[in-house]
Design a protein around this ligand. Structure first.
Ligand SMILES: Nc1nc2c(ncn2[C@@H]2O[C@H](COP(=O)(O)OP(=O)(O)O)[C@@H](O)[C@H]2O)c(=O)[nH]1
Ligand SMILES: [Mg+2]
Length: 211
């Protein structure tokens, strides 16, 4: 059976560390300075809950406001990492608009999202408290909030993995939702499995991971 592929989009203000996070996840390398204008996609296979899946990751670079290009990748994306820097309150504020656009374009307020506070190695320069960021993640319907350091490779795998789990859970729910319309008997096991997974999702979605 071919591997499942999921489209993930990494979004956030310029300079927050989107490319460094992506490079650490995909290639296990720390790149001190990355061309800020490069927008590219990368593939990585990973194992989530004993399933192998392929993530197609788009590392965005747009400083533009709303464009047709952005609309396209928001449509295609199945999960979104919304990244800010804990040293920059404005980078967190910028994510509000991005999230609204995603939800409007997808037409789905429960689209898989992970809020990522990067550069947590710069604790001395912190200007966004954990509480503040966690509050934002709760306002967004309890999306998971992680603090990461691309420089130290902290929580990098975890954010992609969490997003991937959300996408898989969503896909399963959709499958079950469709089957509900005309449920064949042999799918009952799947249905129970999904109820469990929904609960699990609920538990994990209120998580704030503190380093
Ligand atoms: N201290 C620290 N610096 C980081 C981290 N991630 C990225 N940077 C630095 O932030 C700058 C912008 O990173 P980049 O990934 O190019 O940001 P992008 O514009 O969001 O893609 C670079 O100078 C990186 O070295 C991190 O976790 N910790
Ligand atoms: Mg970049």
């Amino acid at each position: 059976m071919p591997l499942r592929e999921y489209n993930v989009v990494v979004l956030g203000a310029g300079g927050v560390g989107k490319s460094c996070l992506t490079a650490q996840f995909v290639q296990n390398v720390w790149i001190e300075s990355y061309d800020p204008t490069i927008e590219d996609s990368y593939r990585k296979t990973l194992e989530v809950d004993k399933r192998h899946v392929v993530l197609e990751i788009l590392d965005t670079a747009g400083t533009e406001q709303f464009t047709a290009m952005r609309e396209l990748y928001m449509k295609t994306g199945q999960g979104f990492l919304l990244v800010f820097s804990i040293t920059s309150p404005s980078s967190l504020a910028e994510l509000e608009d991005l999230r609204s656009q995603i939800i409007r374009i997808k037409g789905d307020p429960t689209v898989p999202i992970v809020l990522v506070g990067n550069k947590c190695d710069l604790e001395d320069n912190r200007r966004v408290t954990r509480l503040r960021a966690f509050g934002v993640s709760q306002n967004w319907g309890n999306v998971p909030y992680y603090e990461t350091s691309a420089r130290r490779r902290q929580n990098v795998d975890e954010v992609f993995r969490d997003l991937c789990r959300q996408i898989i859970g969503k896909e399963r729910d959709k499958f079950v939702g469709d089957s509900d319309k005309n449920p064949p008997k042999s799918w009952q096991g799947t249905y129970r499995g999904s109820q469990r997974s929904k609960r699990k999702q609920k538990d994990s979605s209120s998580r704030c991971v503190i380093l």
